[in-house]
Design a protein around this ligand. Structure first.
Ligand code: 3PG
Ligand code: MG
Length: 403
């Protein structure tokens, strides 16, 4: 892949950068600016090199229609604060304003284009529709830098198609993320432990499949654990359950045993009568009362998970252990996060949600080996899938070499 240094003298060049600025918003307020911070070094590097930087990104899933609730304007403002210099904002993505700003940009200036997903061409499944929109994006710039790691698993115009229309390089954030994920897939120091949480088994099928032949320990918490507990024959009360995944979960339990992978499920669960903080109690994982629902792993499980994590040389964690937003159900996630900070080796937190969780619980990014900005992207990488946004950069390097 071409890197930013391969792009030569950038003075006066208009560089379109795809960043992942998809941050959680609380009204117009940014609840966690981790992805904006992670995007700064590449943007700053380009601006310092004298490029005229146009940042394109999405926020949420506005489905191809402009919607003020998903405007990137507050994010552009935050980016300016972090860069320490004002950032221009175009109220459209490829329209009159975008063109006006692209033409007026001075060397070293940065502008953010309005949410790329306000345009239906961005996410269209029709190659021609997506391609036509990518043509419009490409018309704004001279070169493309792909730095939105969190979206490289999406075959979308600003991630994939635009890279075939401009000289394309990989940004520093994507490079750094891929380097860490390569360590996890190619030569993890052992013991290698994977901790998975989050609500659905069905979201994690591919990754569990793949990791069952690679990891030494697989720890499972979060909402998806109840499907595993039920698969073992336990009643789970009113807990989240994916009935259609029971056979799959059973299969994983058997496969783990056959392959000598230690699959660790919680032995105790924090339950409550409703999805609320009140009346939380801890019960054995095989004795969840029929009128209660599980909302976190219990203290014994949290301690056991922490022991396994601390004894590992490589740890990858994706997905909270419980409803960490509520104090009564945050301890499982906190214990796992704390244990990751104590790993003598490589600890990786994967995913926007898990990253936001550790920050919300008061941890500092620097306490972990790496906090990935990509949830789906890092999981798909670990599944061994081809990520369109990376694949196209390799192809574009081949094209340049052939030319
Ligand atoms: C994310 O939040 O995981 C990335 O920004 C990708 O967003 P998407 O899942 O809406 O494509
Ligand atoms: Mg997501």
């Amino acid at each position: 892949m071409l890197t930013v240094s391969d792009l030569g003298d950038l003075r006066g060049k208009r560089v379109l950068v795809r960043s992942d600025l998809n941050v959680p918003l609380d009204g117009k307020k940014i609840a966690d600016d981790g992805r904006v911070r992670a995007s700064v070094p590449t943007i700053k590097r380009l601006a310092d090199a004298g490029a005229r930087v146009l940042v394109t990104a999405h926020l949420g899933r506005p489905d191809g229609v402009p919607n003020p609730d998903y405007s990137l304007e507050p994010v552009a403002e935050r980016l300016g604060e972090l860069l320490g210099s004002p950032v221009l904002f175009a109220g459209d993505t490829v329209g009159v304003q975008a063109h006006r700003i692209s033409a007026a940009l001075q060397d070293g200036q940065v502008a953010v284009l309005e949410n790329v997903r306000f345009n239906e061409g961005e996410t269209s499944k029709d190659d021609a529709v997506r391609g036509a929109f990518a043509d419009e994006l490409a018309a704004l710039a001279d070169v493309f830098v792909s730095d939105g790691f969190g979206v490289v698993h999406r075959k979308q115009a600003s991630v994939y198609d635009v890279a075939t229309r401009l000289p394309a390089a990989v940004g520093g954030l994507v490079e750094a993320e891929v380097t860490v994920l390569e360590c996890l897939t190619e030569s993890p120091e052992r013991p290698y432990t994977v901790v998975l949480g989050g609500s659905k088994v069905s979201d994690k099928l591919g990754v569990i499949d793949n990791l069952l032949s690679k990891a030494d320990n697989l720890l499972i918490g979060g909402g998806m654990v109840f499907t595993f507990l039920k698969a073992q024959g336990h009643e789970v009360g009113k807990s989240l359950l994916e009935d259609d995944q029971l056979d799959v979960a059973r299969g994983y339990i058997e496969q783990a045993e056959a392959q000598g992978v230690r699959l660790v499920l919680p032995t105790d669960i924090v339950v409550a009568p409703a999805f609320a903080d009140a009346d939380a109690t801890t019960v054995a994982a095989d004795a969840i009362p029929s009128d209660q629902l599980g909302l976190d792993i219990g203290p014994d499980s949290a301690a056991a998970f922490a022991d396994v994590i601390r004894g590992s040389k490589t740890v990858f964690w994706n997905g909270p252990m419980g409803v960490f937003e509520m104090a009564s159900f945050a301890e499982g996630t906190r214990s796992v996060a704390q244990a990751l900070t104590e790993v003598d080796g490589l600890s990786v937190v994967g995913g926007g949600d898990s990253a936001a969780a550790v920050r919300q619980l008061g941890f500092d990014d620097a306490q972990f080996g790496h906090i990935s900005t990509g949830g789906g992207a890092s999981l798909e990488y670990l599944e061994g899938k081809t990520l369109p946004g990376l694949d196209i950069l390799e192809e574009s390097t081949d094209r340049n070499a052939d030319a």
